[in-house]
Design a protein. Structure first.
Length: 259
């Protein structure tokens, strides 16, 4: 549900690079934007200014930050060790830096030296994440964790049990199809409606939460998007099942008339 691809898209659309870093990490200090912090860390690691500017202007920075914040969020929720960039993100960062070095022929630096500076920069970048308790405070982590780790097998099992019970009580193999299809159609419509209320739910939840709005906001958007897509799928499935029931029911009626 919550992965680096979804977060990369969110980061790109929300322009998170220009958000105060202390707002993102729930700190109380007056600080600088995330973009300024990343730039300064790069300079501290001896990466040339031009190369840091190219990295921050690239499309790949959204993917790298998506990986960074994905690891950060799961660090908060699953009580993991301090987050680390994936090998894919590290490779992208190295490739960006080396490509920029080739473009700036006036920068007198070997590629090996640049790579060592980039690796040092990545370590410093991960160190800006505060301790877990500082960030989460009283945030209901257990509820968020349950939603993220929800196993759909339980839902499928529940549907199967309900179908078996309908067959037993109605003593028919095809009549439960009508009720099942109707339930799917109604639930699908409900999910579509709820999934369309992103602004409403975002304002409602964020008005009650003071901490880590950056973490919660994409989570709300992503889960409502999933609800909307599932609602459309469930609705069409319900319609198909109802049509299937109508066809079967017509066949049974015609057979009874023939007899």
């Amino acid at each position: 549900m919550l992965n680096k691809e979804n977060l990369s898209n969110y980061i790109k659309s929300s322009n998170i690079l220009n958000i105060d870093i202390n707002v993102i990490f729930n700190l109380e200090e007056s600080g600088m934007t995330l973009k300024e912090k990343i730039y300064n860390l790069g300079i501290e690691s001896n990466i040339p200014e031009k190369i840091m500017e190219d990295i921050l202007k690239s499309e790949e920075i959204n993917i790298i930050l998506g990986d960074f914040f994905n690891e950060t969020i799961y660090y908060l929720i699953d009580e993991r060790e301090k987050p680390q960039l994936s090998n894919d993100a590290v490779t992208k960062m190295l490739d960006l830096a080396c490509a920029s070095l080739e473009d700036h022929i006036n920068i007198m630096m070997s590629e090996d030296d640049l790579k060592s500076y980039v690796l040092d920069f990545e370590e410093k970048l991960m160190d800006i994440v505060p301790e877990r308790q500082v960030m989460i405070g009283v945030l209901p982590v257990s509820i968020i964790k349950s939603l993220l780790n929800f196993n759909t097998i339980y839902l499928v099992a529940l549907i199967f049990v309900i179908l078996i019970l309908l067959v037993i009580f109605l003593w028919s193999f095809y009549k439960p199809i009508k009720y099942f299809g109707t339930c799917l159609l109604i639930n699908g419509i409900i999910f579509v409606i709820l999934g369309s209320l992103n602004n409403f739910f975002s304002q409602l939840v964020l008005s009650q939460v003071e901490r880590l709005k950056f973490v919660i906001s994409p989570f709300i958007t992503i889960i409502l998007t999933i609800w909307f897509k599932c609602g459309v799928l469930i609705s069409f499935t319900g319609v198909f099942i109802i049509i299937f029931y109508i066809v079967i029911n017509r066949i049974v009626i015609n057979n009874n008339k023939t007899r």
